[in-house]
Design a binder for this molecule. Structure first.
Ligand code: DHB
Length: 307
């Protein structure tokens, strides 16, 4: 038996539930020497902003126990390069491409949505309202439910294809921004973005990053991410894409179990750029051994101990 890995994520029909996480494989081409990016259910490309950005001072990454901290600062070539140079190259890929936008002000998000709307070859738009590494915008939008609603609503008015709101976990109750995003028109929620963290060299009393704080990702955050996904999926208001430390097929199945319809893999790609291909092979084997014909049957099966 060859298990059926297809999943529907709201309006998106994907060949399998494994996506790349934004910022972890550039615009897909970084995977090419190691693996076929077309193997993924979709690839989510690095956030673009209206103008090119050089990013934050170095060092921009530091390893932490079971994870990493980053302070990239939204380095990217800008929306014009995405449209004119990168998207035409990505049209050769065999899987859907999801674009990701970030901004410092509301009107920047709107302009990005407007510029990308007519472009072919973008299956969905993920809004990054959760970047921890910029002075303005980013995470501050994601932490205020009114700002979440205004960004999502304003992009919704100019972008006609599926819209994904990527939520920050750096809030007291992630269900609050989740509701605000869906009420404002998001079709899908993706969560979680990175947790704000620090790494300090006590001898020099300095951050190991070029800025005091960074975003924590990798297996260290997986239990926290699972909890957030479980809470939001339990609302039943929109399909959820789980993000946070997924590395193996078993991790993917844990996220599906608590209600995610798909899962993004990110930090794992830095250690093993073929981690996606391996997880997909392993998923097929696990399902075949367990006699489960369709992966979609596993979504939301998590049961409380008393049930
Ligand atoms: C960056 C953006 C993010 O959304 C994130 O989670 C981590 C880093 C960045 O470009 O700095």
């Amino acid at each position: 038996m060859i298990p059926d890995l297809r999943v529907d994520v709201g309006p998106l029909r994907l060949a399998n539930p494994l996506l790349t996480a934004s910022g972890t494989c550039g615009y897909g081409e970084e995977l090419l020497p190691f693996t076929d990016p077309g193997l993924f259910g979709a690839i989510v490309v690095k956030s673009v902003t209206l103008e090119p950005r050089l990013g934050n001072p170095t060092p921009r990454t530091v390893e932490t126990p079971c994870g990493m901290l980053n302070s990239i600062g939204l380095q990217n070539p800008g929306v014009r390069a995405l449209i004119e140079e990168i998207l035409p190259r990505l049209r050769g890929l065999t899987c859907p491409v999801i674009a990701n936008i970030a901004g410092e002000r509301l009107d920047e998000y709107v302009e990005l949505g407007r510029r990308l709307d007519p472009e072919p070859g973008i299956a969905a738009l993920e809004i990054n309202i959760s970047c921890p590494n910029v002075e303005e915008g980013g995470i501050t939008f994601g932490q205020d439910p009114r700002a979440v609603a205004s960004v999502v609503g304003a992009v919704r008015a100019v972008w006609r294809r599926p819209l994904i709101a990527k939520l920050t976990p750096n809030v007291t109750d992630i269900r609050v921004p989740a509701r605000a995003a869906v009420e404002a028109g998001a079709d899908i929620l993706s969560l979680v973005n990175t947790y704000v963290g620090m790494s300090v060299d006590w001898r020099s009393a300095r951050s190991r990053l070029g800025r005091p704080t960074g975003g924590l990702s990798g297996p260290a955050i997986k239990p926290l991410a699972l909890h957030a996904v479980w809470r939001v999926a339990g609302l039943g208001i929109a399909p959820v894409i789980g993000i946070g430390g997924a590395t193996t097929a078993a991790d993917v199945l844990e996220f599906l179990s608590v209600g995610a319809s798909a899962v993004q893999i990110g930090t794992a790609l830095f250690r093993a750029p073929d981690a996606g291909a391996r997880a997909l092979d392993e998923l097929r084997q696990l399902l075949a051994c367990a006699g489960i014909p369709r992966i979609s049957d596993l979504i939301g099966r998590f049961a409380l101990p008393s049930q």
